[in-house]
Design a protein around this ligand. Structure first.
Ligand SMILES: [Zn+2]
Length: 135
């Protein structure tokens, strides 16, 4: 008998490459997912040169789309890298996870696109009420 093994990364983040799920904790109200990047390094947004030299890391908590009626709490461990190019204006930069995060955003990309669709369909206060956003 052939056994099917579901990988958590493919189940939880089907459109995100190089992500590792460290843990998933589910209770009645929330799904807490701890994840980090599986990439060896990242490209500097200033000069584009790649770097694998880690300066530090910290946790980000971007809001995500709900799952089966439960609030999803993402705990992303992101790394800050040194830029290798001495002529670059940035000494360090933080990695982004394409398809999941963007710089300065407190929402995941899939939450952003979902809310944009709600906003376009309903517009204004009706869309905010439906999405549960405070105005
Ligand atoms: Zn740079």
């Amino acid at each position: 008998m052939e056994e099917t093994v579901l990988r958590l990364e493919e189940l939880l983040f089907p459109s995100v490459a190089d992500v590792t799920v460290l843990s998933v904790d589910v209770n009645d109200e929330t799904v807490r997912i701890e994840a980090c990047s599986a990439a060896a390094g990242a490209a500097c947004p200033g000069c584009g040169s790649g770097s694998g030299r880690i300066h530090s890391s910290y946790l980000r908590f971007p809001a995500d789309v709900p799952s089966a009626g439960r609030r999803v709490v993402l705990c992303l461990r992101v790394r800050r890298f040194f830029c290798r190019d001495a002529s670059c204006g940035r000494r360090t930069f933080v990695e982004q996870m394409p398809g999941l995060t963007r710089r300065y955003s407190r929402w995941t990309e899939r939450l952003r696109s979902t809310l944009a669709a709600v906003g376009l369909a309903l517009a204004g206060r009706a869309g905010a009420r439906m999405a549960g956003l405070r105005t």
